[in-house]
Ligand binder design. Structure first.
Ligand SMILES: Cc1cc2nc3c(=O)[nH]c(=O)nc-3n(C[C@H](O)[C@H](O)[C@H](O)COP(=O)(O)O)c2cc1C
Length: 189
């Protein structure tokens, strides 16, 4: 594969896997030959591009649920369980996380890819993104979660790291809920 066809394939792989690949592995050998993988070129230093699953982070802003798409999220401590999300300072949702000290992380299924994308393309400043989901609240009461998504974690904010462009919110997982059908397939230790 050469040129455009190859980059089309890479784009397709990214689109297929970025939003929906949480439970699958990405095998670059399916898209490139070994020679291409082993030869390196410098592409700058500003970003690392690789397929990542996406979450929707939820927070109440001015008393109303809002969700935004976040690929930069991770477990960062096992015991107690902490999650961290990196969110650009310009985003509408940040003020809600800081005001309430709570947020949620919601993991979509592949059929939710379009809605997940939408929440990353428009701001809650102008659009009521919560209107496209059924929202529920857990014991923290101010961390909105999405009923249609198979995994939801509500978090209490424990630390905010002020980075040059982003705020890194670290939250202690207060409760993890999973769709019943999914929970039966997850090895719980
Ligand atoms: C696939 C995808 C992944 C994204 N990941 C992040 C991310 O990790 N961190 C971030 O700050 N913004 C990320 N964004 C951008 C925000 O989701 C987007 O700017 C959103 O509209 C902000 O919403 P808000 O203004 O309602 O808070 C992502 C967008 C998309 C489409």
């Amino acid at each position: 594969m050469r040129g455009e066809a190859r980059s089309d394939n890479l784009c397709k792989a990214f689109l297929d896997k970025t939003l929906t690949g949480a439970l699958e592995s990405f095998n670059i050998c399916d898209y490139f030959n070994k020679e291409d993988i082993m030869s390196k070129v410098e592409i700058g230093s500003d970003r690392i591009y690789y397929p990542m699953p996406c979450s929707l982070v939820g927070a109440n802003v001015a008393g109303k649920a809002n969700y935004l798409t976040v690929a930069w999220f991770s477990m960062v401590n096992p015991e107690p369980a902490y999650l961290a999300v990196a969110m650009n300072k310009a985003h509408y949702t940040n003020s809600g996380i800081k005001a309430n000290g709570t947020f949620s992380v919601n993991i979509p299924s592949s059929d939710m890819a379009e809605k997940t994308d939408y929440c990353g393309m428009v701001s809650g400043r102008k659009f009521d993104k919560a209107a496209i989901f059924e929202t529920f609240y857990g014991k923290l009461e101010t961390a909105p979660m999405i009923k249609e998504f198979p995994f939801n974690v509500e978090c209490r904010l424990v630390q905010t790291v002020d980075l040059p462009a982003e705020e890194l919110f670290s939250g202690k997982s207060s409760r993890l809920t999973a769709m019943k059908a999914v929970s039966l397939r997850v090895p719980l230790t």
